[in-house]
Ligand binder design. Structure first.
Ligand SMILES: NC(=O)c1ccc[n+]([C@@H]2O[C@H](COP(=O)([O-])OP(=O)(O)OC[C@H]3O[C@@H](n4cnc5c(N)ncnc54)[C@H](O)[C@@H]3O)[C@@H](O)[C@H]2O)c1
Length: 440
């Protein structure tokens, strides 16, 4: 059976109708009503995510190092009924909590995931899952070792029909012919530009009384408090995140590698040329030399090659989205549209049927992202946004950042997960971690 274009468009958002042959499980999920969830990190995204979890399970506890964030999320989502905590480990101690949702900044993700898995919880963690390639490896093994616990990543675009799944399916089905090039466009980072003059840089200010800045820094080196290092704008600092590369690359390079079949273990990118890349501050040996402004690149055009030999560019200068160029045609997809001649002429209409959607959803019902996670907890199976494919994308993204930081072309061996010809680059596979906050 084939889904018509009209029906495909109806499937765009979560709260939409689905063809009769697909068992639907959007929204409220009665059989899971006895599951209990704890939310860890409830800033912008965590509050949104916790609200989605609360449609599938009872939100019983919220932990945040900023007490105002915990209180606000508690009021907004469950009229203040959840337990409010600062230390996430108290959520893991609760034997009645089945699931945790993690939406802290990136430098805390792996540590909390490892602790939550060890405590026997099902885990939903926001992208990007890791800060280093070493974290990728340790987390991958931890998830493999616990096949009865479900873990999903917040890469919700893997469930988005018809745009991202349609683009991926078109490539998988060979509808564009052999793929010749992919361009992954991330858009300009809103949190970083070229550094302003010294007197206009970020200032050290007193830590707000409701905020535990020391713990927030976690494994990262200790710095005096600047509010721009913390909530939301942490993305602009290598100490806590990976800039636009990991922030949006976790979505869009994920789609590209998924489409190319390069998101499987042992595959991915093998060569990176970061020569066209601009940092806001001077860098030395991969580290910033000044500390009062963001340090991730604000502008770049990086060229790569996959193990399968396909050129993939990742950049900040074009419209945010992914361009697939094949021998037979090209398509562009982003969060708002999918365009190109093959789309206008519906070249794929014979191919985008029930079996293709089921393949993409790994045999599970076609649903939104969160419903997919809870249906795996209830019925078994692997989430569409699984840890293993995400880790392949994260590896590529960390490799790109390492190449940009060191400012030279590099080769990468995805089988042994090392830079075969660059000893200095291999020192970036892991990081020094602050005493008392070691991850792995
Ligand atoms: N899937 C998506 O489309 C999407 C969208 C936005 C953000 N995100 C991801 O969500 C994560 C959070 O982003 P944000 O914009 O909400 O950041 P944010 O700074 O607004 O919120 C993070 C919250 O985590 C808290 N926190 C930090 N360390 C903690 C710890 N150890 N224990 C408990 N709480 C802790 C902070 O106090 C803060 O309230 C990021 O990793 C980001 O990439 C994903």
């Amino acid at each position: 059976m084939t889904i018509s274009r009209r029906n495909l468009l109806k499937l765009t958002a979560a709260a939409v109708s689905v063809p009769a042959f697909l068992p639907v499980a959007f929204g409220q999920d009665a059989p899971n009503s006895r599951l209990r969830v704890g939310a860890i990190g409830v800033g912008g995204r965590g509050t949104y995510d916790a609200g989605l979890h609360a449609q599938h399970a009872e939100l019983v506890a919220i932990a945040d190092l900023d007490k105002t964030h915990a209180a606000a999320a508690n009021q907004q989502i469950c009229a203040g009924k959840a337990e409010e905590l600062t230390d996430y480990r108290r959520i893991l101690d609760r034997s009645d909590v089945d699931v945790v949702c993690i939406a802290t900044p990136d430098h805390w993700h792996t540590k909390i995931c490892l602790d939550a898995l060890a405590a026997g919880k099902h885990v939903f963690c926001e992208k990007p899952l890791t800060l280093t390639i070493r974290e990728n490896q340790v987390l991958r093994e931890a998830v493999k070792a616990r096949p009865k616990q479900v873990m999903a990543v917040g890469t919700q675009r893997r469930c988005e029909i018809p745009r991202f799944t349609r683009a991926v399916n078109m490539v998988h089905q060979g509808i564009l012919g052999k793929i010749q090039r992919v361009v992954v466009s991330l858009g300009k980072p809103p949190y970083v530009t070229v550094a302003p003059p010294k007197d206009q840089r970020f200032k050290v200010v007193p830590v707000p009384p409701e905020f535990d800045w020391n713990t927030w820094q976690g494994q990262a080196p200790e710095f005096p408090y600047m509010k721009e290092r913390a909530h939301s704008t942490f993305r602009g600092w290598f100490e806590y995140a990976g800039g636009k590369v990991t922030d949006w690359g976790a979505h869009f390079l994920d789609t590209a590698l998924w489409a190319l079949g390069e998101d499987r273990p042992g595959r991915g990118i093998v060569w990176v040329d970061p020569s066209d890349c601009n940092f806001p501050l001077p860098m030395k040996d991969g580290f910033p030399t000044e500390f009062d402004y963001c340090n991730v690149p604000y502008d770049f055009y990086v060229k790569m090659k996959t193990l399968g030999g396909i050129p993939v560019d990742i950049e900040t200068r074009l419209d945010n989205g992914i361009l697939f160029e094949g021998e037979r045609g090209r398509i562009f997809v982003n969060c708002g549209k999918i365009t190109g001649k093959p789309i206008e002429e519906e070249w794929d209409k014979e191919y985008y049927g029930e079996s293709e959607l089921r393949r993409i959803f790994k045999g599970k019902p076609v649903t939104d992202h969160m419903t997919n996670f809870y249906s795996c907890i209830r019925d078994g199976g692997e989430p569409v946004s699984d840890v293993f494919s995400h880790i392949q994308t994260m590896t590529a993204l960390h490799v790109i950042n390492i190449a940009m930081r060191l400012g030279r072309t590099m080769t990468w061996d995805p089988q042994v997960e090392r830079f075969p010809e660059d000893a200095q680059a291999n020192t970036f596979l892991t990081r020094e971690q602050r005493k008392g906050f070691e991850v792995c």
